[in-house]
Design a protein around this ligand. Sequence first.
Ligand code: PEP
Length: 251
Amino acid sequence: MRKALIAGNWKMFKTEEEAVLFTEELARRVADVQDREILICPPSLYIYPVVHALVDSSVMVGVQNIFWEDQGAFTGEISAPMARSTGARFAVIGHSERRQYFAETDDTVNKRLMACLKASLTPIVCVGESLEEREAGRTLDVVGSQLGKGLKGVSAKDAPHLVIAYEPVWAIGTGKTATPQLAQEVHAFIRSVLKGIFGEKPALAIRILYGGSVKPDNIDDLMAQADIDGALVGGASLDAASFERIIRYKG
Ligand code: PEP
């Protein structure tokens, strides 16, 4: 049985004070939640104060990106061991905004993913098609290729430590959510690709999150789908009440 994971991606929002106040409020609101995992990914600058604000909480912390080398002359970057040493447990890898604005490719996704596994940081590997690719009927080709290249070299032994996020680019921050059926179709396809790469058992242990305009009013139907094991939430994770409602999805 895969434990659901509800992850908040704050992107480049909040000051340090806002980050800490929000975290304390969220921890209070979800203190009784035990049957699902909760993760917040603030800007890396705030990992330490946010981890500190969560000492008595089961809410976990992740980073939004890491560089693939452990250390070196890479101005402005942070590495997987550095993120791990601050208390981060997860790293978002290959988010479409990184692919779009920072030249992230499947090859660099793969390097970052390997660095995460080496540092015991759980990678959340984002895949998803653009509107143009969907309209051209290329969704499964695009997602299959992103998975094939992005997961290259990962062993079946490491597979259960992976998290995949299906995030159709046209649904991110647009208010246009994939219908639960459409999301499930791609999630089932992702599961079949994972089975092809890792074999049946490891593939069944991998959590596949849906991301793209997840809100309190659509989370229940999304989470009712067989291969949707959680959500990667952007905008709606910035408000404690709406993120709490998403965490408390019914089902
Ligand atoms: C995201 O940032 O990964 C995301 C899905 O954003 P939003 O929920 O705002 O669409």
